[in-house]
Design a protein around this ligand. Structure first.
Ligand SMILES: Nc1ncnc2c1ncn2[C@@H]1O[C@H](COP(=O)(O)OP(=O)(O)OP(=O)(O)O)[C@@H](O)[C@H]1O
Ligand SMILES: [Mg+2]
Length: 441
């Protein structure tokens, strides 16, 4: 039994750490929000009430100095908690038997991490640095009944792994709370002054550093990650709409050639070819046409794609293939600077429509689709940043997204197929004939 009563000073927004039963407690925000202090204080308090094994984790921990060990020691000293014993690599409660241990995740393989199986609470500090690989090993390891995972992080980029996995679409076992320095009643004056200075000098930096927004702001992005994720989650598994194939052909040695298969609101899958010459790509494409019978294959004919088009054309597939040049004039010239901007924007419309749409869950596709910044020319027409700029940022070319947007190059109808609507029979093509320009894909 612990006789020493401590009145902890924990800001109100952190109360759920002690009261909520959610397995995952995810706190994020900018500098000075009080996350580290509140987590430390709450865990120290919990550890005085019952016996807990508490693992303090981060992606990399070369020595215990990198961990929250120092902070926990400081808070123990601040509250004068006499029941905690500070050891070289652990902290223990002499009365309840609670133990704090400290580990880096990067160096843990599945075997080593087994020592975490009895953990009651895992505190992941600097969650923005945790990789999907680390999370995939850790998450099933924290398996004790009633165990919890507490995460504190300052968001780095739009698609930080833990953010994407846990907080972007939280499930009902996950609590997500944003806290910033202005929510922290203990925020030192000096920090507030620094925040103020940053706000005046650089609003973008301020939004990221002090308000916890990811670095690349969604305002300039054509496609938001939320819309892409929604399409990952939708549950369409079948469509009898005509098959359209987008074919993005490698321009340079390091790019991939990618086929995208889409039927109406259901983008089914991708096929990726590495390092192929034009004849092999044409052969592969011919195989796809013969096996799957698409109504259209839209090919990117910049670079070597023109050769692939010529081969398929000469082999008698001219009624199916269409040559698309990303740099050519748009169909709706008054709205888009070129075909590329038009196709990407069509894809955005498709993703944001009211009816559900489905795309394969794929991290590369998510990053590709969210990588493109939009601009407008002097006539107010949409323009996208250049492929080179995107390549520089992504470290590769957004091949999957290009194959996907190619499926939106032109509206496609199930030509000649008769379908019954209401009392009469209508050929789909006729029904849409007058709506070509405003097609909803
Ligand atoms: N309970 C508290 N009592 C006293 N001071 C506090 C308390 N919580 C926070 N502070 C003060 O606020 C500052 C910021 O808190 P903390 O380090 O926990 O923020 P954070 O959200 O982890 O942000 P970051 O570490 O990224 O700056 C601390 O350095 C400390 O001075
Ligand atoms: Mg901190």
């Amino acid at each position: 039994m612990n006789n020493q009563t401590i009145t902890a000073q924990i800001p109100r927004c952190f109360a759920p750490l002690l009261t909520s039963e959610k397995r995952i407690k995810f706190y994020y925000g900018g500098r000075g929000g009080g996350k580290s202090y509140a987590f430390a204080d709450s865990l120290l308090l919990k550890g005085r009430m019952e016996k807990l094994l508490i693992a303090c984790l981060r992606e990399v921990q070369d020595s215990i100095k990198d961990s929250v060990y120092r902070l926990l020691c400081d808070r123990i000293a601040f509250y004068q908690m006499k029941d905690y014993k500070i050891l070289e690599t652990r902290i223990e409660n002499k009365i309840t038997g609670t133990k704090f241990i400290f580990k880096g995740l990067r160096d843990q393989d599945v075997q080593k991490i087994k020592s975490l199986e009895g953990v009651d609470i895992a505190w992941i500090e600097e969650g923005q640095t945790i990789t999907k690989k680390s999370w995939d090993i850790l998450s099933p390891t924290i398996r004790k009944d009633g165990s919890e995972i507490w995460i504190s992080m300052n968001r780095n980029e739009e698609n930080d792994d833990l953010w994407s996995i846990l907080a972007a679409n939280p499930d009902d076992r996950t609590l997500v709370v944003k806290v910033n320095y202005n929510d922290n009643p203990f925020c030192p004056k000096e920090l507030k002054l620094q925040a103020q200075k940053c706000m005046n000098e650089s609003p973008d930096d301020y939004a990221h550093i002090w308000l916890g927004q990811p670095i690349s702001q969604s305002a300039s992005k054509l496609i938001s990650s939320a819309d892409v994720r929604k399409a990952f989650d939708a549950k369409i598994s079948y469509s009898d709409s005509p098959l359209v194939v987008g074919l993005d052909i490698a321009r340079f040695g390091d790019d991939n050639t990618v086929f995208c298969f889409r039927r109406g609101r259901y983008c089914q899958r991708f096929e990726v070819l590495k390092k192929q010459d034009i004849v092999s790509i044409a052969n592969y494409c011919q195989g796809i046409i013969q096996a799957h019978n698409p109504v259209r294959v839209f090919l990117d004919v910049g670079g070597i794609g023109a050769g692939v088009y010529d081969i398929l054309y000469s082999r008698g597939f001219r009624h199916i293939i269409r040559a698309i040049n990303f740099g050519a004039k748009a169909i709706l010239e008054d709205r888009y600077v070129n075909r590329r901007a038009e196709m990407w924007d069509n894809a955005r419309h498709w993703l944001t429509q009211d009816l559900p749409v489905q795309i394969p869950r794929d991290d590369d596709l998510l990053n590709d689709l969210c990588s493109v910044n939009k601009k407008y020319d002097s006539l107010g027409r949409l323009l996208l940043e250049s492929k080179d700029e995107i390549k520089k940022r992504l470290g590769r070319s957004p091949d999957k997204a290009d194959a996907f947007v190619l499926t939106f190059a032109e509206p496609v109808y199930d030509v000649g197929k008769t379908t019954t609507y209401g009392n009469g029979q209508v050929v789909l093509e006729d029904m849409f004939a007058n709506q070509f320009q405003e097609s909803k894909w």
